[in-house]
Design a protein around this ligand. Structure first.
Ligand code: C2E
Ligand code: MG
Ligand code: MG
Ligand code: MG
Length: 287
């Protein structure tokens, strides 16, 4: 009886392996054509200043709609990296995001933040690609933030530092994404003069279970090393209050807004403006 169970375990395992392999190779084929077939698009998630409720920047997030299904970036970005599509896709994302930011009704002072894979950073063309997006869209370089995920740095740290300096020399700002999830977080901050640090959402959802200590430590270093801090994944009013008390002013998460299509983003701005008007009215009534 035991033998049978063992054999069936082995069978289940290989069947899963086969499915993963098939899934990945069909994703590869699908992704190969996704750009050409206009199946990729960007959504934008506002990041809000906790003091003023103003939108300070928006993060561009890639979406892929394929065969009436939405494929999550966490599923297809690794495939794009593995097969080298990330360079073409990444260049498209940068350009699209910059053109949208120049046109949107949120205003000229709202920055656009674009995720960049370490694979893109390791490619020698990256400086040209970023410059091309800036020049062709006419965006002012200081409005372009580039987010690099912290946990992926480790092996290539010297090269990453070199490219980051060049990107900052063009005028773009560098964000460390998912901060706190890697193994070298603190050493990294010292070596990489990032402009912005985005604290990973796992610390925000665990504010009462040790997350607070990590955020506090990050805020102390931010003061000394002079970078801005963003909290990712803010979902509740309690988290907003706690983060404000900790001095975190830039807040991003479903509490404020989910990622929005370009057209919806302009509506969000209208909602925001009417909210501001209501607060203004309340202020006048009170005084
Ligand atoms: P990320 O850069 O850390 O982006 C934040 C993720 O958190 C997004 O997931 C966003 O939709 C989600 N999020 C925002 N607010 C909340 C919240 O309040 N609660 C929770 N639970 N989640 C929230 P998404 O869009 O699925 O993207 C996943 C990851 O895929 C991104 O993580 C980023 O690393 C990568 N990615 C997305 N777009 C691009 C891209 O254009 N290029 C590259 N290289 N990577 C991208
Ligand atoms: Mg990001
Ligand atoms: Mg990221
Ligand atoms: Mg993140």
């Amino acid at each position: 009886k035991q033998k049978l169970v063992k054999i069936s375990n082995v069978l289940v395992f290989t069947e899963q392996m086969r499915e993963v392999l098939l899934f990945n190779s069909s994703l590869k084929t699908g992704l190969e054509n996704a750009l050409a077939n206009n199946q990729l698009y960007l959504v934008y998630q506002p990041v809000v200043d906790g003091q003023t409720n103003n939108v300070t920047f928006c993060e561009a997030l890639l979406r892929w709609r394929w065969d009436d299904k939405n494929i999550a970036p966490d599923d297809f970005i690794p495939i794009a990296e593995q097969y080298g599509f990330i360079h073409e896709i990444g260049a498209w994302v940068l350009k699209r995001a910059c053109f949208d930011a120049v046109e949107w009704s949120l205003g000229d002072d709202v920055a656009i933040s674009v995720n960049v894979s370490v694979a893109q950073i390791m490619n020698d063309d990256i400086i040209d690609i970023v410059e091309n997006a800036i020049v062709s869209s006419g965006i002012s370089p200081g409005r372009l933030h580039l987010e690099i995920t912290e946990s992926l740095f480790a092996e290539n740290i010297d090269k990453v530092i070199d490219v980051v300096r060049k990107l900052q020399a063009i005028g773009t700002k560098i964000s460390i994404d998912d901060f706190g999830t890697g193994f070298s977080s603190l050493a990294l901050l010292q070596n990489l003069s990032a402009n912005i640090v985005k604290i990973d959402k796992c610390f925000i959802s665990a504010l009462n279970q040790g997350g607070r200590a990590i955020i506090q430590a990050t805020m102390n270093i931010a003061h000394d090393l002079k970078f801005d801090v963003v909290a990712e994944g803010v979902e509740t009013a309690e988290q907003v209050e706690a983060l404000k008390l900790l001095g975190v002013n830039n807040l991003q998460g479903y509490y404020f807004s989910k990622p929005l299509r370009y057209a919806e983003l302009n509506t969000f701005n209208l909602i925001q403006q009417s909210l501001d008007k209501v607060t203004e009215k309340q202020k006048t009534i009170r005084s």
